[in-house]
Design a protein around this ligand. Sequence first.
Ligand code: KIV
Length: 284
Amino acid sequence: MTERKKVTLGTLFKKVAEGEPISWLTCYDYPTAYFQEQAGIDMILVGDSLGMTMLGYDSTLPVTMDDMIRHTQAVRRGAPKAWLVGDMPYMSYQPSVETAIRSAGRFMSEAGCDSVKLEGGAEMADRVAGIVAAGIPAIGHLGLTPQSASALGGFRLQGKGALQAKKILDDAKALEQSGAFAILLELVPDRLCKLITERAENCIIMSLGSGPDAHGQLLIYHDMFGLYPKFKPRMAKVFGEAGKVILEGLQSYVSEVKDHSFPQRENYFGMPDEEYEELLQMLD
Ligand code: KIV
């Protein structure tokens, strides 16, 4: 088998130029990263959504930089070739440009990331510019930005009205002008996503629930396999009912232990008779 080449910025922009959509998934652990790499995924996002999908919080807000670094390191070990994006958690970039650069730097030096992502529009343009000036590729995130869900009125479609849509368009331009090499549009109308993609000059536009006309697609891994028990967003497609398979397996295990059908002979190891006899004599 030929070894997979490292995905670089050049790889991603070549795909855009050739009209080949970019695939992107969230991932938070080593074995899943290994499988995603085997599947040939272009980009991996270690999202702060791990606060909900992996740590069981009700929002992403309690996630810390240390949580992010630990999970991102594991993902990098499983997927050395995919383009790896560290998601800047709440308050790791909002306070100041310096805070943003320091947090972004940790993703690069401690977790082997290729880039970082941060939420927000024009108001975060100076953070993006600072990170890019420090030599770190940055991705913006517009539309439904979960860290501001409270201010946005919950997890709902953004930019449905013309005024709000214009603001998102302007924010996208501001992020591009600050040096963001990509922007994620989460849960905005398909026509708005298409307009932003058509107007992007040197910026890759990615869609999460924002339609087919971006340069690529992002999905939350737990949504695509039915692994998040609390809800499934309408926009997510389920590619396999892994959660169901796991639950059925667990129920079988519990009942097999109960009725003594597990373990079977092939699930454990014996000991030679003479060794066992000698052991028993030691006990006398
Ligand atoms: O944390 C995350 O997974 C994200 C996605 C919702 C885009 O930011």
